[in-house]
Design a binder for this molecule. Structure first.
Ligand code: HSE
Length: 440
């Protein structure tokens, strides 16, 4: 048995720094748990000057990732560069040399996961661990790939972007404006290098694509995910939603019904009494419904240096144990050996409840015109709130609907927008009741 696993960390940003600190702090504990050491063979970054609170003189450092990849003693390359270009090259080169990979790179997996599968075919002893790609410190990938392996998973609802959840929480609870809340999230190291990935829902869509892929048995890429972000969220809608008994969350929705999968990420009204509605700040949570295990929830910090480092090290230990026990690829990268034929349901075909806010003049007949248009599309209104008065100023009319087809609500919105008593396009959010199905 080797006495240690040698790793090379490429990318010393927030997460790379966290992994280095974790290994420094918990080295003895890891040795006791595993019977071997995790040794940092290399640290690699283009900037080796910045103070990260680590004494870099204790390590072999380089600015050239090929030094790490070409070192025969390195067993695992930890790719923490991010993005889908250089990061892919690092992984491809390392796999070619028979090394294993640990990465937190959700964009890379969601966009180029199929290529990774191909690369692994030529490097049968290599593994790719990506626990840190979804949910920060929450062990969700292993939960789905291994702990629930005997179950058919019917639905996953997830708050899986810490930055957005932080912004929504600060807006609602502390009346902080969008821009200030975003700056705070950036300062805390939660946001992506390009924060529009968070705000536009793309980061959550990357994570949703990974979850759907390991859940349903065929590669489901980012292009399969319907996505809307939170950049247009208005405090008014957050408050009206609360009045109606809902909280707005950027929710990843992944569900399967008769071989058809819905996969979408958008601002969603969820019932205040559901545990997901209580997830505040940078916390992430996932609510999973599996046919035998039933309802499961996992909760934890979805971003940040230490939580994400915890997931990276879990993969490093897992792969190291597999190497030591000659059992690499015990679990297939995306959890299925045989592909399953599942179809993605187009978003126009979904059926759900809706929240609508229409800015309209306040005079007799307005509401009946709007409800007439909804009725023509067979959309039934569940609740209405109208606040404010004034025939000149526009006032908000807020409605929730019973279940309706997306196609129909979009047609209704188009027609409502064209009314001269209405100002601008109505605001539309989807509502999810988050009800569990029956077991089995
Ligand atoms: N920007 C991401 C987030 C980081 O805020 O959740 C963790 O993936």
């Amino acid at each position: 048995m080797h006495k240690c696993t040698k790793i090379g960390i490429v990318g010393l940003g927030t997460v790379g720094t966290g992994v280095t600190k974790l290994i420094e702090k918990n080295k003895d504990l890891i040795r006791k748990r595993c019977g071997f050491d995790i040794e940092i063979g290399w640290l690699c970054d283009i900037d080796l000057e910045r103070d990260r609170g680590i004494d870099l003189s204790k390590y072999r450092c380089t600015t050239n990732y090929m030094d790490v990849i070409e070192d025969d003693e390195v067993d695992i390359v930890v790719e923490l560069v991010g993005g889908t270009g250089v990061a892919f090259d690092i992984i491809a080169q390392a796999l070619k040399r028979g090394k294993s990979i640990v990465t937190a790179n959700k964009a890379l997996i969601a966009k180029r996961g199929k290529e990774l599968i191909e690369l692994l075919k030529n490097s049968p002893k290599s593994e790719i661990g990506f626990e840190a790609s979804v949910g920060g410190g929450i062990p969700i990938i292993k939960t789905i790939k291994e702990s629930l392996a005997g179950n058919r998973i019917k639905s996953i609802y997830g708050i899986i972007n810490g930055t957005v959840n932080y912004i929504l929480t600060r807006m609602e609870k502390d009346n902080v404006d969008f821009g200030t809340a975003l700056k705070e999230a950036q300062k805390k190291g939660y946001a992506e290098a390009d924060p529009s990935l968070d705000i536009d829902g793309i980061d959550a869509a990357h994570k949703a694509s990974i979850l759907a892929t390991i859940t349903f048995g065929r590669f489901i890429g980012i292009e399969d995910v319907f996505v809307e972000g939170i950049s247009n969220i208005d405090l008014m809608d957050i408050k009206f939603s609360l009045e109606l008994g809902y909280r707005i969350k950027l929710l990843a929705i992944i569900k399967e019904n008769k071989g058809e999968i819905e996969i979408r990420v958008h601002p969603t009204l969820i019932p205040l009494e559901h545990p997901l509605a209580k997830i505040d700040g940078v916390y992430n949570a996932l609510s999973i419904f599996a046919d035998f295990a039933g309802h499961i929830m996992v909760y934890g910090k979805g971003a940040g240096m230490y939580p994400t480092a915890s997931s990276v090290i879990a993969d490093i230990i897992d792969i190291s144990r597999n190497i030591k026990n000659s059992s690499t690829n015990r679990v297939p990268i995306f959890s299925f050996v045989d592909e399953i034929d599942v179809k993605i349901k187009p978003v126009e075909e979904i059926v759900t409840n809706y929240y609508l806010r229409i800015m309209a003049v306040d005079k007799p007949g307005v509401l009946s015109k709007i409800s007439g248009i909804l009725a023509k599309q067979e959309i039934s209104i569940e609740a209405v709130i109208q606040k404010g008065r004034g025939e000149k100023d526009l006032v908000p009319i807020v409605m929730t609907t019973h279940e309706a087809k997306e196609k129909s609500i979009q047609k209704a919105i188009e027609e409502i927008s064209s009314l001269d008593i209405v100002g601008g396009k109505p605001i539309l959010y989807r509502i999810e009741r988050l009800e569990d199905g029956p077991l089995m």
